[in-house]
Write a protein that binds this ligand. Structure first.
Ligand code: PLP
Length: 365
């Protein structure tokens, strides 16, 4: 048996004929950039997220950038985010010239540590960007309470969490703007690059539509500096197809996660703590262990492939050296970075494969 950490080909084989028929339709109708298939996907995704508005764009990183632009974040503003996240959360802050202000991740939930946010708020702070890391919601109410107290925006980086719920409500709709990635490996993945946003205010939706399309409302009249961040028609059409299956795929991920959580009993393995209000969609199933090189070599020997998400926390990346952080600044994020191991997690894993992963992990000594 050789079990990959992620195999997106299995899902493609299930929907191949539907996708290829749709591809022909999109190409025949000349709807290559934006257009009716993107608009349809925006309607479908807004309904899925129970959001007033959804907008498509060309990837998750630009979704985050558009969010900060729409909120009017400017050079010198400070934005709070967790130290352990995929780097793109921080990129968006840098793209608008703002300053990423990191806080540590919680020792047990591994999400942004909401108890450490307040100490980081200054007169320059404009927003808190929470990340629903690994598909599990962070403590949104605690963040919203701080945002209200200090008059800050809340941006949700929901790139890993399409369909996750916080206290029964879909993520992406809880703060001012929700940002999604439809990178091929995400729970809802395009066959190419794509991203999206959910917003409550119509004015934000209108502004984002203009920003992603060269800053124009009327063709060839550019009211502000804009971007080419449009979604491809093809990706919109493919995402509408895949969205129909997303709830079933997420349900299967939850089933696999439940088996891992209840049947992996090896005391050398630690799992992400899940508060009862968090309905995760398990984009990744991350565990920690003391000696991860030995653990992953052992797993590979027994036909189980793993990944590390992510091996270096944002504050210790070379790109952010200028912020002057040091090892020890955010001990929980650093611990995660050097001890995390992502077990195989995708909807098409067979029961036999899940059995094998559980068996092999339990035999590790
Ligand atoms: C994937 C991801 C992004 C970026 O999305 P892209 O579509 O790859 O640009 C941003 N934030 C998080 C947390 C992600 O996992």
């Amino acid at each position: 048996m050789n079990i990959p950490c992620l195999d997106i080909q299995r899902q493609y084989r299930l929907i191949k004929s539907e996708v290829l028929a749709k591809t022909e339709e999109v190409f025949d109708s000349n709807a290559f950039s934006g257009g009716p298939y993107v608009e349809q996907f925006e309607k479908d995704f807004a309904a899925f997220c129970e959001s007033e508005f959804a907008l498509g764009c060309n990837n998750g990183t630009t979704a985050l950038h558009l969010a900060l632009l729409a909120l009017g974040i400017q050079a010198g503003d400070e934005i709070i985010l967790p130290a352990n996240t995929f780097i793109a959360t921080a990129w968006a802050i840098s793209y608008v010239g703002a300053i990423p202000v990191f806080v540590d991740n919680d020792a047990s939930t591994w999400e942004i540590d909401v108890n450490q946010i307040e100490a980081k708020i200054t007169s320059k702070t404009k927003a808190i960007m929470g990340v629903h890391l690994y598909g599990q919601p962070f403590d949104v109410d605690a963040v919203l309470a701080l945002a209200k107290k200090y008059n800050l925006f809340v941006v949700e980086d929901a790139a890993q969490a399409q369909g996750a719920r916080y206290k029964g409500k879909p993520v992406g709709t809880l703060g001012d703007v929700g940002c999604f990635s439809f990178y091929p490996g995400k729970n809802l993945g395009a066959y190419g690059e794509a991203g999206g946003l959910t917003v409550r205010k119509e004015s934000y939706a209108q502004h984002i539509k203009s920003l992603r399309n060269h800053g124009m409302v009327q063709r060839y009249y550019h009211d502000e500096i804009g971007y080419n961040y449009r979604m491809d028609g093809l990706q919109g059409a493919i995402l509408s197809i895949k969205l129909k299956y997303l709830s079933a795929w997420n349900a299967r991920r939850k089933e696999i996660a439940h088996r891992y959580q209840t049947q992996i009993t090896n005391p050398l393995i630690t799992m992400q703590a899940k508060p009862e209000w968090a309905d995760s969609v398990y984009h990744l199933f991350v565990v920690t262990t003391q000696d991860r090189e030995r653990f992953s070599a052992y797993l590979a020997e027994h036909g189980v492939q793993v990944g590390y998400h992510y091996p270096v926390p944002c504050h210790l990346q070379k790109a952010y050296q200028y912020l002057g952080h040091q090892v020890g600044d955010f001990p929980h994020a650093e611990y995660l970075a050097s001890h995390c191991v992502s077990l195989p997690m995708f909807a098409e894993l067979t029961d036999e494969e899940v059995d094998h992963v559980i068996h092999v992990v339990n035999q590790y000594a």
